[in-house]
Ligand binder design. Structure first.
Ligand code: PMP
Length: 404
């Protein structure tokens, strides 16, 4: 018999499918709001000036070779990455209680973190709780590592905000020592983050129940424009001794999507535990990737370890976050002041990060795609990065029509 007849055809990835449909569309004013990558005001990918500078330095270095990195990655990258997320004065770093391993961007950090927990976490109830909704890939990454996924309420369509009460209830009712995946900032896909006070209450319950926080941090700096501000929740949880790990991505904040630069940081109760954890993460990394890619990690390491480049990076981050925030304000202004679009649109300016949940229905989303050539996912999520001074009025007018 023919081989592979039993292999079913998998459905295409929704986002990549949307991008393909956008590319095939010949309408001149088409708009792509599905894209999860930053675009400048001319809808072009933006190479950060600091990344250009770091690339220049790197390629001119006569000592540059193409040897393998260590299994756990470039040490000067992973240590600087840990200081970036936890703060350079963090006691867990001084006490050597952080195990940091370089990963294949944020996706690889999620995967390695999942694999590690799957093997070594002291489970009462083997599952990970993720927000409803969450980055869709979470639903694939964890089962692949042998961890079933459950959801906790997160988004309230009534208020287009946080379903905080039901979220806390789920935290309280979960088996002790459960694992909760939390978006460190700029929640994908809703753009809705807990307030600092709410984070505090979440930490209270996690501590009471002995739960574990699996932080996914894909947007540090990209959300508010400030690296420290966007790391606040993680640092507060560390300060309060919530057991946790952090998945870190440099795709968005350094514009290094294709280089796959990331890290997994596990915080341990002791230096001695951190050493054992590192040994096991090495075994897992060795069998999966042998050692991580060098180029992007070298670039980020140059930027993080050189104060001049670091300051320049912060400026570039403010440029990206600032443009996104300006687009939110302008969209809000167009809808509420100029077009007098029915409904409340305050969530557009209250939400944070690359994405905004508009609150429109799947039928209205579909109408935008079919009638206006504006590409967005059926859940009504738009990438603010796809908006710019040239297309925002067209988008606001089309949205206005779709909801009337
Ligand atoms: N987690 C979340 C919540 C994300 O939005 C993303 C990017 N879409 C990632 C992780 C990982 O992205 P990458 O692997 O490109 O770093």
């Amino acid at each position: 018999a023919e081989r592979w007849t039993e292999v079913p055809l998998a459905p295409p990835d929704a986002i990549f499918k949307l991008t393909a449909a956008f590319k095939a569309d010949t309408y001149p004013n088409k708009v792509n709001l599905g894209v999860g990558a930053y675009r400048d005001d001319n809808d072009k990918p933006w190479v950060l000036p600091v990344v250009k500078k770091a690339t220049d330095i790197l390629v001119k270095d006569p000592a540059l070779d193409h040897e393998y990195l260590p299994i756990t990655g470039l040490p000067e990258f992973t240590s600087a990455a840990a200081r970036l997320i936890f703060g350079s004065d963090s006691p867990v770093i001084a006490e050597e209680r952080v195990t940091s391993v370089q990963t294949i961007s944020g996706t690889g950090a999620n995967h390695l973190g999942a694999l590690f927990l799957s093997r070594f976490y002291g489970w009462n109830d083997k599952r990970v709780y993720v927000s409803d909704p969450t980055w869709v890939n979470h639903h694939q990454i964890f089962p692949l590592a042998g961890i079933p996924v459950s959801t906790y309420p997160y988004y309230d369509p009534q208020t287009i905000g946080l379903a905080f009460g039901p979220f806390l209830e789920t935290l309280k009712n979960a088996a002790p020592r459960s694992v909760f995946l939390l978006h460190a900032c700029a929640h994908n896909p809703t753009g809705v983050d807990p307030t600092r006070e709410q984070w505090g209450q979440i930490a209270d319950v996690l501590l009471e129940k002995g739960h574990f926080a699996f932080f996914d941090c894909a947007y540090q700096g990209f959300a508010s424009g400030d690296l420290d501000n966007d790391a606040w929740a993680v640092r507060e949880f560390v300060r309060r001794n919530v057991p946790l790990l952090v998945c870190q991505s440099f795709a968005k904040n350094a514009g290094l999507y294709g280089e796959r630069v990331g890290a997994l940081h596990v915080v341990s109760p002791s230096k001695e535990a951190a050493v054992r954890i590192k040994s096991q993460l090495s075994v897992l990394a060795r069998s999966e990737i042998s050692n991580p890619p060098a180029h992007g990690a070298r670039l980020v390491s140059l930027i993080l370890n050189n104060s001049e480049l670091f300051e320049e990076w912060k400026r570039d981050i403010r440029t990206m976050a600032g443009r996104i925030i300006d687009m939110r304000k302008e969209l809000h202004r167009l809808l509420t002041e100029e077009l007098k679009t029915p409904g409340n649109w305050d969530h557009i300016v209250n939400q944070i990060g690359m994405f905004s949940f508009t609150g429109i229905s799947p039928a209205q989303s579909q109408a935008l795609v079919e009638k206006a050539h504006i590409y967005l996912t059926a859940n009504g999520r738009i990438s603010m990065a796809g908006l710019n001074s040239h297309n925002i009025r067209y988008f606001a007018e089309s949205l206005d029509k779709a909801v009337r």
